[in-house]
Design a protein around this ligand. Structure first.
Ligand code: FE2
Ligand code: FE2
Length: 135
């Protein structure tokens, strides 16, 4: 994988352009968080990326959920998927809260954890969208 991704690897592509673009933006920003030497826990850049990441997630989940609700996927699967999005936002808020509260997190830990949620979710849930993509 490149230091900063310029395209998604094949196994992560869903086939819905706006969804794939959202995933690429998220993964690119996560890579920046993990690999940009100017990003430190106390830096303004770090806070900027953390809030940018939250905005991107909220935006992307909303966009993906529009597709989910209209693609013909069984309602239970759609509900479970949306629930998983909520869970990620919740975990992310807790992580940020822990950080603000002075819990001892290191940058690489934080970026790995968040990347794990996002890429893990992508592999577990988002790839199940593929059969519902037409055209
Ligand atoms: Fe998703
Ligand atoms: Fe997604």
């Amino acid at each position: 994988m490149n230091k900063y991704m310029s395209s998604l690897p094949q196994e992560l592509l869903i086939g819905v352009p706006s969804v794939d673009t959202g995933h690429l933006e998220l993964v690119t920003l996560l890579d920046k968080l993990a690999n940009d030497p100017s990003v430190h826990l106390e830096s303004a850049r770090f806070s900027e990326i953390i809030s940018q990441l939250l905005n991107l997630m909220v935006e992307h989940f909303a966009d993906e959920e529009v597709f989910l609700k209209t693609c013909g996927m069984p309602r239970n699967d759609v509900a479970a998927h949306i629930q998983a999005h909520h869970k990620i936002i919740e975990q992310y808020a807790q992580l940020n809260y822990g950080r603000m509260g002075g819990k001892d997190h290191v940058l690489s830990e934080i970026s790995e954890v968040v990347k794990g949620w996002i890429v893990g979710h992508l592999l577990e849930y988002d790839t199940k969208i593929r059969p519902y993509v037409t055209g």
